[in-house]
Write a protein that binds this ligand. Structure first.
Ligand code: NAD
Length: 499
């Protein structure tokens, strides 16, 4: 049995707490490694090392820090296949999807190469007589991030790339479900030239997280995961005086107008609803066709496409559409929500409950499901399922459709499919959701824009990556300096007012 490590002070370090978690291969249900769960002492050691290393790193000029990112991007490209394989083995997603996970993180590292420009600051020449005013963006010190299982490459990079390029040290507490890729990323950053101790990976669970929340030296915390934990981390982190940003769960609606291209809408829903087994915070889990006629046409297009989906392990060939979910507990939760949908009266149009994959009976595979006539009161509508389950809620008008999305507690992403520019503009302008797609089902913004939801999908005020990341990982210091004139002419003995 492989025993994974922490990555502290530039070396793989064995856990000393005596506590471990099992890391599964979700396709087979086998335990393939054990990951150490750090205690507060192990976390404190990493913080000490980070605090010692950080001032010299912050004093390294931004161009040199950016060059580490440049090299890191090269190394990610070099090791793309290796990273994708390690990611699929622990997460279960297909290899192309795993490579996409790395790629979307790589793009943020690429954006961070622009750090010298982003960190330039502002200068006002002559704010008053002999007075100049300038603002500097300085590193915070030791920062930390806590990440979810579903994007084990992308989300750590969304945090550590901007944190580090801004001159901070960063401690990553990745998901204990799939910790191998984060460890590999830390090694690659050092190979790219990062000094030891600037990026460390401390594996663990709640105990390690609480140690981060309560450590005086840690200045900021980034979190991505489920909403209840996001709320907890935001509350405790803020009350301990830290800068905190937390990104939580989602229930993303896609509205299909009667004039939409129904084939395109159905194709989009298949990818966005079932891709990565629905384990994406930007997955579409609710389809809202406007009018019964639209709904009937949509269901007719969806059913054969869903029935054709190929579910299998990442080793199962290029035509596998999605893999297993992450754990047996996740599978049980998804299946129990499906049962609740049936008992609460939704129509299970595609029933994947008896799905079974020969040779992988112990894997955590869930067949695709489609519910029609779902209503607002049902648990499958209210809760995030995080599985391959699409719910169709029929709306009788555009107003009812937009109202549904607006009234839902989550506000991560949403989409509208239409040929009508007026409806699309109205939707984009009125909707109270952070990321909006117009004929685009998963509107994940690119690295140079920012990523973040609204409502219960976020706690904090700055988004991830893009210019917001440079704000989150720096403090502004504004200097007002006055150099009175006249010094050149020798001493002046009369006290003169400012001219
Ligand atoms: P999770 O909340 O269970 O875990 C996230 C992190 O929190 C992990 O590192 C975990 O170790 C830690 N954690 C878990 N329980 C904890 C506790 N009681 N106290 C302190 N720390 C704890 O989330 P997950 O299952 O890994 O990820 C799936 C969730 O993440 C979904 O809800 C999904 O929508 C959300 N997500 C959101 C975004 C976004 O940007 N909004 C992106 C990806 C995933």
């Amino acid at each position: 049995m492989q025993e994974l490590t922490h990555y502290i002070g530039g070396a793989h370090v064995k856990g000393t707490s005596g506590r471990f978690a099992d890391v599964y291969n979700p396709a087979t249900g086998e335990v393939q490694a054990k990951v150490p769960l750090a205690n507060a002492d192990e976390m404190a050691q990493a913080v000490d090392i980070a605090a010692k290393a950080q001032p010299a790193w912050a004093a390294t000029n931004p161009q040199r820090r950016a060059r580490v990112m440049m090299k890191f991007v090269d190394l990610l490209n070099r090791d793309m296949d290796k990273l994708a394989e390690a990611l699929s083995r622990e997460h279960g997603k297909t290899l192309p999807d795993a490579a996409g996970d790395v790629q979307r993180g790589l793009e943020v590292a690429e954006y961070c190469i622009g750090a010298p420009e982003m960190l330039k600051g502002d200068f006002t020449d002559g704010a008053g007589p002999g007075i100049d005013m300038y603002s500097m963006k300085q590193a915070l010190g030791v920062t930390a991030g806590i990440t979810p299982f579903n994007f084990p490459a992308m989300i750590p990079m969304w945090m550590f790339a901007p944190a580090i390029v801004c001159g901070n040290a960063f401690i990553l507490k990745p998901s204990e479900r799939d910790p191998s890729v984060p460890l590999m990323l830390a090694e690659l950053m050092e190979e790219a030239g990062l000094p030891k101790g600037i990026l460390q990976v401390v594996n663990g669970d709640k105990e390690a997280v609480d140690a981060i929340l309560d450590h005086d030296v840690i200045q900021s915390i980034g979190f991505v995961g489920s909403t209840p934990i996001a709320e907890y981390i935001y509350g405790r982190g803020c009350s301990n005086g830290k800068r905190v940003q937390c990104f939580g769960g989602a229930k993303n609606h896609m509205i299909i107008m009667p004039d939409a291209d129904m084939d395109k809408a159905a194709d989009a829903l298949i990818g966005a609803g079932y891709g990565a087994a629905g384990e994406r915070c930007m997955a579409i889990s609710v389809a809202v066709p406007v009018g019964d006629e639209t709904a009937d046409r949509l269901i007719e297009k969806l059913v054969p496409r869903i029935e054709k989906l190929k579910v299998g392990p990442y080793t199962g060939g290029n035509d596998v559409d999605y893999g297993p979910v992450i754990t047996a507990a996740a599978k049980a939760n998804i299946l129990s929500l499906i049962e609740s949908g049936v008992t609460q009266g939704a129509d299970l149009v595609v029933d994947g409950r008896d799905f079974n994959l020969q040779g992988y009976e112990d894997g955590y595979f869930v067949g695709p499901h489609l519910f029609d006539n779902v209503t607002k009161e049902m648990d499958i509508y209210k809760k995030e399922i995080f599985g391959p389950v699409l719910s169709c809620v029929r709306a009788q008008s555009y107003e009812e459709a937009i109202g549904l999305a607006m009234d839902h507690e989550y506000g991560n992403g949403t989409a509208i499919f239409t040929r009508d520019g007026d409806a699309a503009r109205d939707f984009a302008s009125r909707i109270n959701i952070g990321m909006v797609g117009i004929n685009v089902p998963i509107p994940v913004p690119l690295a140079y824009h920012t990523f973040g939801g609204w409502k219960k999908s976020v706690f904090g005020d700055l988004n991830q990556h893009g210019p917001d990341a440079f704000k989150f990982y720096t403090r502004t210091k504004t200097v007002t300096s006055r150099w009175p004139s006249g010094i050149k002419e020798g001493g002046e003995f009369n006290f003169k007012p400012m001219e």
